[in-house]
Design a protein around this ligand. Structure first.
Ligand code: AHR
Length: 377
């Protein structure tokens, strides 16, 4: 906290000094009111430019003197629209203007690269390390190294399941998302009079807690209801992966399925292309019920158009809450160990108003253009 305040004060002092200097030179140079006004306007523009340059210079100065907070972020990769939104959220929050020096590594969905990135941050002696773990296991050794180096680790989005050597985790309830999808499908099928569900699942990346949670949650409902899950294969959370898996499903299970569950939006986009190419109709007026997770704007566009029946949100805007954790640590406070982001459920039709998940009622929000326009991701 102290370091951030110092850097902001340095910046403000530099801008104030610059403004005083500009004002005094124009006051003494001209006596004509017009000339003074013209010069004042030019001075204003110059002052604005100077202030921006000063902000950047202050951030550089602060970095040089150790006044900024240095944060290393080992991001999963760039596999999906959700991931792009998550990266943007972190870059916006941990900006030089906000008093941070963000060291960002895109690990391209490679766990070995991610471990190396964390070790690189230890070598750089950053103040904090943020990890979005590609897979949920294999973390204890490197987290022990972070602990030994005295660098607090904050986990974002996906969970680490085989070590507790981190300060806080901020993210989504993946199993709840899967349960919600299952409960919605049950209520939707009943409302539509569909008695038999033959389901294909396109999973996310193998070993990711997002995949594990969504799979477990949905399967719990499927087992309880006696649904037939015909097949479940990974599409690696990518559009290409979703398309490839769906192409193969369309060949292997032609005419045998009426539900496709895609564990993220981009897989759903790929699955839609594959089904269109195979002559399979999907969505509200189609033969196949299509479900997706994430809820990025493009997916909600498709939901509004009736191509995707329902979308279960995974909220990528977790960085502000990670910053709160860091600021609590800077202030010598103990942050919450687990912080959940808020998430909604969306559908095209208004026939299932609420679902019950974990004993709680959850609203199914009908997608509108207004809702999409107001969405931050
Ligand atoms: O971990 C979150 C998941 O990873 C999102 O559902 C997916 O889109 C992303 O790639």
């Amino acid at each position: 906290m102290k370091r951030k305040i110092v850097s902001v004060l340095v910046c403000a002092a530099m801008v104030a000094t610059m403004a005083v200097g500009c004002g005094s030179s124009s006051d003494t140079a001209d006596t004509s009111a017009d000339a003074a006004a013209t010069e004042d306007a030019a001075d204003d523009a110059a002052a604005t430019e100077d202030a921006a340059a000063d902000d950047a210079a202050a951030a550089d100065d602060a970095a040089a003197t150790g006044d900024v907070i240095t944060v290393g972020f080992a991001q999963v990769g760039h596999e999906s629209d959700w991931r792009t939104a998550s990266t943007q959220s972190c870059q916006d929050v941990f900006s030089a203007e906000n008093g941070y020096d963000l060291q960002f590594v895109d690990c391209d969905n490679d766990s070995a690269v991610q471990l190396e990135a964390v070790r690189g941050f230890i070598e750089q002696d950053v103040d904090y390390i943020i990890i979005d773990p590609i897979v949920s296991t294999g973390w204890d050794t490197v987290l022990t190294e972070c602990e030994d180096a005295g660098i607090p680790v904050i986990v974002i989005d996906r969970t680490i399941d085989d070590s507790d050597k981190y300060v806080s985790w901020v993210g989504s309830e993946f199993k709840t998302e899967g349960l919600a999808a299952g409960e919605w499908l049950k209520a939707y099928a009943e409302a539509k009079g569909i008695t038999e569900l033959n389901i294909l699942v396109i999973e996310g990346s193998t070993g990711a807690s997002a995949t594990i949670g969504r799979t477990d949650g949905f399967k719990e409902i499927a087992d309880r209801e006696g649904w037939n899950i015909i097949d479940s294969q990974t599409g690696d959370f990518t559009q290409e992966g979703g398309q490839t898996v769906m192409e193969s499903y369309c060949k292997s299970y032609e005419g045998q399925f009426n539900v496709v569950i895609c564990q993220n939006d981009n897989e759903a986009f790929g699955a839609m292309d594959a089904m269109t190419a195979a002559g399979v109709s999907y969505g509200v007026d189609g033969d196949v019920i299509l479900v997706s997770f994430d809820g990025c704007r493009t997916a909600l566009d498709y939901c509004l158009a009736g191509d995707i029946n329902a979308v279960f949100e995974c909220n990528p805007m977790a960085a502000p809450m990670v910053e709160e954790v860091i600021q609590a640590l800077e202030a010598g406070e103990t942050p919450e160990a687990e912080i959940y982001v808020e998430e909604s459920c969306f559908a095209n039709e208004d026939i299932v108003p609420t679902i019950e998940v974990n004993g709680e009622s959850k609203e199914m929000t009908v997608v509108t253009q207004e809702l999409i326009d107001a969405r931050p991701f």
